[in-house]
Design a protein around this ligand. Structure first.
Ligand SMILES: CC(C)(COP(=O)(O)OP(=O)(O)OC[C@H]1O[C@@H](n2cnc3c(N)ncnc32)[C@H](O)[C@@H]1OP(=O)(O)O)[C@@H](O)C(=O)NCCC(=O)NCCS
Length: 336
């Protein structure tokens, strides 16, 4: 059977750095509160004319160059995000012509913070069945345009940032499963009973005759609502669970893993997961200090930064786990 291999990665964050001190000038918050509760020191925000697919294009171009392929070899695009350029069609369709590609399938995946591992899983399945050979998998987000930046929205607004990451996944044949680079497995979960614990209510077809009205805007329904404590507790529990499940399925022990790349929602969540699983701190790679939570982009940004930092090398065995709105969560083990 075919397997899939990650052959290149790339990332892009917009140049606009927004520090915690900058935020404290527009809402009632402080650097110390944000760092103590989340570990975030700064994040990036785009300028008003920039779109999510603009960020994605730059990350995709870097991934294509890093994989050393001709972009025409890409036979499918899978784009994870919750920040569409427009209501429809999806971001993958807007990105395709920007990349100069045509006719290949352009698919959006809407699984919030879990979207990138869900997308890797879909790409892996396509490649295993032989349907596609070289897939561009992207996670890209603009949050800064959709946050309530007043004190009323501070619990959410301080956590999120803009950015993009991308990988190229390609068909490979595995001769030595202990040495060759390939995706060992992916594991996907969701629990829709908790959909409204972290969500944006409006606009929506569930909301009367016009999807959105002035009352909804005045009630702030077009901004994210989060039950922070419930999200936090579930994130720690599910990240631990699905990391261990991915290891068990592959008969691996924690010591076999060279690098843990977890979703970047809150540094304290990742510290608690590492503590609970007894993972040494230097095996967990975090980027949240610099970029905040970029939802579907955190994992590919982490990959690209870990490569640049020399922490992720050819042959490294990696475990990734993600958790987000839905609730959704997912994990994967792969050899780089
Ligand atoms: C959001 C989060 C950091 C809040 O931390 P917390 O310890 O639960 O804090 P609380 O909600 O209890 O708030 C404590 C106080 O700080 C205030 N506060 C909230 N946001 C604030 C901010 N940005 N700056 C200053 N004070 C803030 C609250 O109003 C509250 O004040 P009160 O005690 O007077 O009512 C935390 O719940 C969290 O990280 N949750 C998970 C978020 C997440 O991972 N989301 C993405 C999932 S993919």
């Amino acid at each position: 059977m075919y397997q899939s291999e990650i052959i290149g990665c790339g990332m892009y964050v917009p140049p606009g750095v927004v520090t915690n001190h900058d935020l404290s000038k527009i809402m009632e918050t402080s650097h110390d509160w944000i760092v103590q509760r989340s570990g975030i020191e700064e994040r990036r925000w785009v300028s008003p004319d920039v779109t999510t697919t603009d960020l994605a294009l730059k990350a995709a171009e870097e991934a294509i160059a890093n994989a050393n392929i001709d972009k025409k070899e890409i036979d499918c695009i899978i784009f994870a995000h919750i920040s569409p350029d427009h209501d429809f069609p999806g971001n993958a369709c807007f990105l395709q012509p920007k990349l100069g590609l045509t006719e290949i399938p352009a698919i959006d995946v809407r699984q919030q913070c879990s979207g990138f591992i869900y997308s890797m899983s879909i790409a892996d399945a396509f490649i295993k069945t032989g349907q596609y050979k070289t897939i561009l998998v992207i996670g890209a987000e603009i949050h800064s345009k959709g946050l309530d930046k007043s004190t009323r929205g501070r619990d959410v607004a301080v956590l999120f940032g803009d950015g993009a990451g991308a990988i190229i996944m390609r068909r490979t044949e595995v001769n030595d499963p202990l040495k060759d680079s390939f995706v060992y497995s992916t594991h996907l979960f969701s629990e829709g009973q908790n959909a409204k614990e972290l969500w944006i209510p409006a606009p929506g077809m569930a909301l009367g005759p016009n999807r959105m009205d002035h009352e909804m805007i005045e009630a702030n329904q077009h901004f994210p609502f989060m039950n922070g404590k419930k999200v936090f507790a579930n994130a720690v529990r599910r990240l631990c669970e699905c990391t261990m499940l991915a290891l068990d399925k592959n008969k691996l022990k924690l010591e076999d893993i060279d690098l843990f790349l977890f979703h970047q929602a809150n540094m304290r969540i990742n510290q608690m997961v590492a503590q609970e699983l007894k993972i040494p701190e230097d095996k967990v790679f975090n980027t949240i200090q610099k970029y905040g939570n970029t939802t579907a982009a955190t994992i590919p940004i982490g990959m690209a930064e870990a490569v640049k930092a020399g922490k992720l090398k050819k042959g490294s065995l990696v475990a990734s786990a993600v958790f987000g709105s839905g609730f959704t969560w997912a994990s994967s083990v792969y050899r780089w």
